[in-house]
Design a protein around this ligand. Sequence first.
Ligand SMILES: [Zn+2]
Length: 238
Amino acid sequence: MRNKLRSLYELQEMDLRIDGLDGEKAQLLREVATLEALLADSRRKIEERRQSAQILEEEKAGLEAGLSTENDNITRSETNLREIKTQKEYQAVSKEISGAKKLISELEEQILQKITALEEISGDIARKESDLAQLEANVAAQQAEVKQKVDELEARIAADAAARETTLSALPASVVKRYTRLREQRRGVAVVEAREGNCMGCNMHLPPQLYNTLFRQDDVITCPHCQRILVMRPQQEG
Ligand SMILES: [Zn+2]
C-alpha cells in the first residue's frame, strides 16, 4: 500500500476503534442512567408513601379533635343533668348524651382504622427504605466501577484521537473531506479492502481494470457500487 492509502487505511482503523470505544462508553453511561432512574423511582415511591402517611396523620388528628369535643359535650351535658327540673328536659339531655356516646364510639372506630393504616404504611416505608439503601449501595458500587471503566476508555480514546490527528494532518484536505463525508454516509466505514476482485464493503465485483490499478497507484480509487475508498491489505502487496 502506498503512503496516502496506508494513512487512510490506518485512519479508518483508528476511527472504527474510537467508534467502538465511544459505543462502549455510551453503553456504560446508559446502564448507569438506568440505575439512577431506578433510584429516583424508588425515592419517589417512598415520598408518596410519606405523603399518604402525612394525610392519614392529619385525618387522625381531626378525628381526635372531634372525639375531644364530644367528650367535652358529654361532660357538659352530665353537669346540666344535675340542675334539670323536668322530665322533658331530662329526656332531651339524655338523648344528647347517648347521641354523643354513639358518635364517640364511631370516632374511636375510625381512629383505630387510621392507626392500623398508619402502621401498615410505616411498615411499608421501612421496607422500601431498606430496599432503597441496598439499591443505593449497589448503584454506588456500579457507578464507581463504571467511572473507572469510562476513565480508561476516555484515556484510550484520547490516545487514539491524538494518533488520528497526526495521521489526518499527513493527508490532503480534499481526501479527508471525502473520507469524512463517506463515513457519514456509509455508517462509519469509508475505506474498505478490495479482495479477489471484490469490494469488501458491498461485496460487489469490481471491474478488472479498476482492480488492477489498485496494485499500482497511490490514488484514491472508489468502488463504483458503494463509493467507498478501496485499498489492498498490506499482506496482499508483493
Ligand atoms: Zn463497494
